[in-house]
Structures are given as structure tokens and as C-alpha cells.
Design a protein around this ligand. Structure first.
Ligand code: ZN
Length: 210
């Protein structure tokens, strides 16, 4: 079986199971327990509506998850089927940011692409944040600037309460070329990638900044 779960879908499954385990710990009535398990598994199957019989059988094990040990085993079992972020080369990165002088990005071999929904890194010296994403099959590279102040708030991309910073980037939706939009985004992109469960907000944001 080929990988078929996107990294953000894996995060979604993990968060669903997490909340299911929490709910189950407080519920002893078998009917209510069944309802909790059914509701979590339905959300998982709604997220992945088109599955082969083999893929469905793998995910269906969620119906038997009861304890934290089951939960850990289930996540381990589905992990080999997580799809990697599409491969990208150094040259492609340079090309995406050809206007940027001395582009500094993390070595590609150091990135865990199985946990990557969007590629992003900070240039701390210049207070710049870079985003790379295959938007509708086409690579886009966006450079924003961020404020040194880190605060607690909701991240525009992962929608979680996190350590965020105000990232500004020039918008393409105004005749005024100097108009910039600011969004609070996780300062730690790896952490954000582990929290993102839906790429809609990310895609909306990146297409505005493109
Ligand atoms: Zn985030």
C-alpha cells in the first residue's frame, strides 16, 4: 500500500484520537463510549472520503482504540502511510527567491518532510520568514518580515493558541503595491506544521500574498 495520508491529515487523526481518549476516560456507559468512538471515526472518514478497501481497513482499526497504548499503536501503524511533502531542490528554492540577496535556508536533508504541510523557516538575522508551498500544483515562494516580539495568540495557519509573531508580506490584491498584510503566525514553523489539521487557511493566506 502506497502512502495516502497527508501530514495535516495525520495531525487531524491524532487530534481526534486525542480528544476521543480524553472523553472515554470520563465515560463508562458502553452506549456513550460507542457514540464517542463512532463520532471520532466518522470525522476521520469524512476527512478521507475516497479510500481503497485496504486503506479503509487500516483506518478502521480506530474503532477498537480504547486506551492510550492502543492510541500510540494505531498512530504507529498508520505512520508509514503518511505522504511526504513534494521534493524540492536547492536550485528550485534559489529560483523561487531569486530577488532575495544571500538566501539562507535550512539544509534540505535536515527537514522532516513527513511532518511538512508547508515549508517555512526564519532568517533570524534579517527578521524574515519564508514560505514555500505547492499551491494548485505550482511552487510559490513568499518572503515576509516579522516583528521580534513573540506573543501568545491564535495562529492564522494552524488556528491553535501558540507563540506567534506578526508577519507582514506584500499583498497582490491591491493596486497600491506597497500595501502589506499582517498575520499572526507561529514563530516556530516546525511546531506549526505539527499542529496544522487543515490547509484551507494556509492556502487562502498564501494566495493573497503570492
Ligand atoms: Zn501555527
Amino acid at each position: 500500500m502506497e502512502p495516502f495520508i497527508q501530514p495535516f491529515q495525520y495531525n487531524f487523526i491524532r487530534s481526534q484520537i486525542d480528544s476521543m481518549i480524553q472523553q472515554l476516560s470520563a465515560v463508562h456507559d458502553p452506549d456513550v463510549r460507542d457514540a464517542v468512538i463512532y463520532s471520532a471515526s466518522k470525522k476521520i472518514f469524512d476527512l478521507l472520503p475516497v479510500l481503497t478497501a485496504e486503506q479503509e481497513a487500516l483506518l478502521m482499526v480506530v474503532r477498537t482504540v480504547q486506551t492510550e497504548a492502543d492510541f500510540a499503536r494505531y498512530l504507529e501503524d498508520i505512520q508509514p502511510f503518511v505522504q511526504s511533502f513534494p521534493s524540492i531542490t536547492e536550485q528550485q528554492l534559489q529560483q523561487l527567491f531569486r530577488k532575495t540577496k544571500k538566501l539562507r535556508h535550512p539544509p534540505l536533508h535536515s527537514i522532516d518532510f513527513l511532518k511538512t504541510t508547508y515549508l517555512s523557516w526564519n532568517d533570524t538575522g534579517n527578521k524574515k520568514k519564508f514560505f514555500v508551498y505547492p499551491l494548485k500544483g505550482e511552487w510559490i515562494g513568499i518572503e515576509g518580515t516579522y516583528l521580534p516580539t513573540i506573543q501568545k495568540g491564535i495562529c492564522t495557519i494552524c488556528n491553535q493558541y501558540s507563540d506567534v509573531t506578526l508577519v507582514s508580506a506584500r499583498t497582490n490584491q491591491s493596486a497600491d503595491q506597497y500595501r502589506a498584510i499582517g498575520n499572526y503566525i507561529c514563530i516556530d514553523s516546525d511546531h506549526c506544521n505539527e499542529q496544522v489539521t487543515d490547509p484551507i487557511a494556509l492556502e487562502k493566506l498564501l494566495s493573497k500574498m503570492k
